[in-house]
Design a binder for this molecule. Structure first.
Ligand SMILES: [Cu+2]
Length: 163
């Protein structure tokens, strides 16, 4: 005689499986943010801008691990909204548009977000960004999870067309 109906046992197995998944994520997020097992974020900087305006952030993402990762989205306390953008020339005019589906960083590769290409767009700044200021940016990766990086504000005079 069965103690419990089959569906009940199946539900119990599913619950244990999801707990294991959660534990795996937590362990990964808690791993140290250096060494060959994790991403390295370098030279993060933003252009100076006034409160209420937009600003672009640039950085280099190095992936020394053996597995590709993907930057999914970005947030920061200093802006109402942050998006991944790409600048490109269109008929002699520099245009930018949101990146959909995130940005891949291949195993052993690095990805540069730089003026004229990929960048992080901050919308609706909650405070002015002055040269020499620093603020924290949170990047969410598919594998590495949430990674935080300090961003240094540089003079807007370093401006280039198209951000
Ligand atoms: Cu942009």
């Amino acid at each position: 005689m069965e103690a419990r109906p089959r569906w009940m046992r199946r539900a119990a197995v599913a619950a244990v499986a999801s707990l294991l998944l959660l534990a795996g994520c937590a362990a990964r997020a808690a791993s140290p943010a250096s060494g060959k097992n994790s991403l390295r974020l370098r030279q993060a900087w933003a252009r100076a801008a006034e409160a209420g305006q937009n600003a672009a952030v640039y950085l280099t993402i190095e992936n020394p691990t053996g597995q590709a990762d993907r930057l999914l989205d970005v947030r920061t306390d200093v802006a109402g909204r942050a998006e991944l953008h790409q600048s490109r020339m269109n008929g002699g005019v520099m245009e930018m548009q949101p990146v959909t589906g995130g940005l891949e960083v291949g195993a052993g590769k690095s990805l540069s977000l730089a003026p004229g290409g990929y960048h992080i767009m901050l919308f609706d700044l909650r405070r002015s960004l002055r040269p020499g200021d620093r603020f924290q940016l949170q990047l969410r990766f598919r594998r590495a999870g949430l990674v935080e990086v300090p961003v240094e504000v540089r003079s807007a005079a370093a401006a280039m067309p198209g951000m």
